[in-house]
Design a protein around this ligand. Structure first.
Ligand SMILES: [Zn+2]
Length: 385
């Protein structure tokens, strides 16, 4: 494994570099690296990340002149490079920066994890408004268990779908929870119109239990990010919360996957309003924070796919829906309505909840059931969980 100097000729000679290395241009890793080395791509990216996890702020570096300094983790900076070459990855050992006290050049070490494999991760979101508050919810799921276990998970999921809609092959329709639970929408769907509300709920509970079974075995990896904002978020306020909640789970997933040698590849359902998520992702790469959390591994830019692309998009939809619904029920009780949560998130098994607190900090709870006690401690919802 060779090291690239971090002062790699970024803009003008990248083509020479690529030609010299005889890089495979069809490799997704090389496509990502080459894209981000282009000046036009770099210039048009805006860094919208505003938060650094607490643990990063504590890290200090030491320059040759004896100064202790920390760096601006979120300032825009060219990305560190990872190329796929014959025999493995070609990546940087250090990243060139400067001491913030005396300005002396400083080579920041990059932790390069052993590259084990790639893993697909699927994301979906849900939003609710209740008790004067906006609930934002993002879910990322990926199967990390053995192939045999994954086949079993898929088979059992298909069986539940077949029971819900016996007239169609389970792979030929996409389950969206809102469509399953809304009597209006069910009526309009020829495969689901025979179901009553209780039957639909029963099917959804079975899916939740199935997710719970595999997440508790640590075969299905589920991250769920939640942020609650006072008021009906619109415009800039909404965009900023969306950025924050999406980043909170994205950074966590990148950091945890790459730390164990896994290169994440993200897939989201195509909505027509995907631009902001792509831009946020691109901007995030152009920070030292990214270099720090990616552990020297490649990370694929999100691909926006139709809902039929993978059944994991349905699984992510189920998780986002159930957590958002649970929180909606808490908020409804706070508003004075007698609403019971009909499917508790504890059915989903042990999930990684990434929740943003009132101070904007990102917290992690790896728990069975939503960490309501921690998230709502001292808030107006505390008495209604
Ligand atoms: Zn210095």
């Amino acid at each position: 494994m060779e090291n690239l100097e971090s002062a790699v000729p970024m803009y003008d000679s990248v083509n020479h570099l690529v030609r010299d290395l005889k890089l495979d241009r069809n490799s997704w890793i090389n496509k990502e690296a080459i894209r981000f080395l282009k000046k036009t791509e770099y210039d048009k990216c805006e860094v919208r990340l505003k938060h650094v996890p607490e643990e990063w702020l504590a890290i200090n570096f030491h320059c040759d002149q004896g100064h202790d300094f920390s760096v601006d983790w979120l300032a825009k900076t060219p990305p560190s490079s990872v190329f796929e070459v014959e025999g493995g990855l070609l990546r940087q050992a250090t990243y060139g920066t400067f001491c913030t006290v005396c300005g002396a050049p400083y080579q920041m070490p990059i932790h390069n994890a052993k590259y084990v494999r790639d893993a697909d991760i699927f994301g979906d979101e849900a939003f609710r408004f209740v008790d004067g508050k906006s609930i934002f919810c993002y879910t990322f799921v990926g199967f990390v268990g053995a192939q045999k276990s994954e086949k079993k998970f898929k088979r059992e999921y298909s069986k539940i779908k077949a029971r819900l809609a016996p007239a169609v092959c389970p792979d030929e329709w996409v389950l969206h929870v809102t469509e399953l639970l809304s009597s209006d929408k069910r009526r309009k769907n020829k495969y689901l119109s025979h179901l009553n509300g209780d039957q639909a709920l029963k099917g959804l509970r079975e899916i939740a239990r199935l997710i719970g079974k595999f997440s508790s075995l640590s075969h299905l990896n589920v991250y769920n990010a939640v942020s609650i904002l006072l008021g009906d978020a619109k415009g800039r306020g909404k965009a900023s919360v969306l950025d924050s909640v999406y980043s909170s789970v994205l950074m966590r997933v990148v950091s945890e996957y790459t730390a164990s040698g896994v290169a994440p590849k993200f897939y989201f359902e195509r909505t027509g309003a995907d631009g902001w998520a792509k831009n946020l992702f691109d901007g995030g790469r152009l920070t030292l924070l990214w270099t720090r959390i990616a552990n020297g591994l490649p990370v694929m830019s999100p691909v926006f796919v139709p809902p039929s692309h993978s059944f994991y998009l349905e699984i992510a939809d189920v998780v986002s829906f159930l957590v958002a619904r649970y929180l909606y029920c808490v908020g409804s009780r706070a508003e004075g309505r007698m609403v019971e949560s009909d499917i508790d998130p504890s059915l989903l098994g042990k999930l990684r909840y990434v929740w943003t607190d009132g101070d904007g900090h990102w917290n992690l709870s790896h728990t069975t059931g939503f960490p309501s006690k921690r998230m709502f401690k001292g808030t107006s919802w505390e008495d209604y969980i």
